[in-house]
Design a binder for this molecule. Structure first.
Ligand SMILES: NC(=O)c1ccc[n+]([C@@H]2O[C@H](COP(=O)([O-])OP(=O)(O)OC[C@H]3O[C@@H](n4cnc5c(N)ncnc54)[C@H](O)[C@@H]3O)[C@@H](O)[C@H]2O)c1
Length: 247
């Protein structure tokens, strides 16, 4: 039987660890040719070697790096079928007065600008490929407040405006785009706070592989412009946005 993603080329940002590494592995297992990208070359190269993919250094906050990445993917693979815009960081600063310019710019440039730059660079490569799709790793902090990391929530909320706004036009160009909003995931993102510690505090934690499974389920659907909430042990569930008064 043909692997489900055979003949497909996939690019994953932040593929050197956590959710990105798990998705890259799932894409590869399902037959895709995977380009693992990350700003951390050692981590990205390790994952690429493990899954039989290739590595490309890519800082998602750099428009020039995205232009170079698009050129590389176009030249090497002739196009792109799956784009996982996943790279992201957290800050953990709760005090709006204490956040430095440098940290503010860093989180907005990676978590917000990085998604737009990636989309802008790669849409031309996705266009014309049957079933082309983009999946964005958003967050439940895209959908609601996060008092202990307001700048993270601010940047992640931007994904809602972008994904929901561009989805109709991208669909006309044959491209679907959805986002995943996972619960707390046991990755380096948690800054060394262990799973046991979180679970003891009543926080439900899921593994990266479970998130990757959910992403494959989302990609296997027919939606566009949806934000899927992923909770431990549950199916990805589209978030029910309410209608905007007067529109
Ligand atoms: N872990 C969680 O609890 C959780 C929950 C919801 C959403 N998320 C989101 O999931 C995504 C992946 O996070 P994770 O949990 O796998 O964390 P992680 O720290 O394990 O992985 C993030 C990866 O992104 C890379 N990265 C950081 N800055 C980059 C840049 N400028 N350009 C390219 N790559 C860069 C890192 O090197 C790392 O490999 C993030 O967008 C995060 O906001 C995480």
């Amino acid at each position: 039987m043909l692997a489900p993603l055979a003949d497909q080329t996939a690019v994953v940002t932040g593929g050197g660890s956590g959710i990105g590494a798990a998705t890259a592995a799932r894409f590869a297992r399902d037959g895709a040719t995977v380009v693992v990208t990350d700003v951390d070359a050692a981590a990205g190269e390790r994952v690429a070697a493990e899954i039989g993919g290739s590595f490309l250094a890519l800082d998602v906050a750099s428009p020039a790096a995205w232009t170079a990445a698009a050129r590389h993917v176009e030249t090497t693979f002739g196009g792109l079928d799956l784009l996982h815009l996943n790279a992201g960081i957290r800050l953990g600063e709760p005090d709006v007065v204490a956040l430095s310019d440098a940290d503010y710019e860093r989180i907005i440039s990676i978590n917000q600008h990085g998604v737009f730059y990636g989309l802008r660079a790669m849409v031309p490569l996705l266009e014309g490929r049957p079933g082309a799709q983009v999946i964005v790793t958003a967050s439940r902090a895209s959908l609601g407040p996060l008092p202990n990391d307001f700048a993270y929530a601010m940047a992640k909320h931007a994904a809602v405006g972008l994904v929901r706004s561009v989805a109709p036009a991208l669909l006309e160009r044959g491209i679907r785009i959805n986002a995943t909003c996972p619960a707390t995931v046991d990755t380096g993102f948690l800054g060394g706070v262990g799973r046991e510690q979180l679970e003891a505090a009543g926080v439900a934690v899921m593994g990266s592989e479970e998130v990757a499974d959910g992403i494959l389920a989302i990609l296997g659907g027919e939606t566009t412009g949806e934000f899927f909430v992923q909770l431990p042990g549950g199916e990805p569930t589209p978030f029910a946005f309410t209608a905007v008064p007067g529109r």
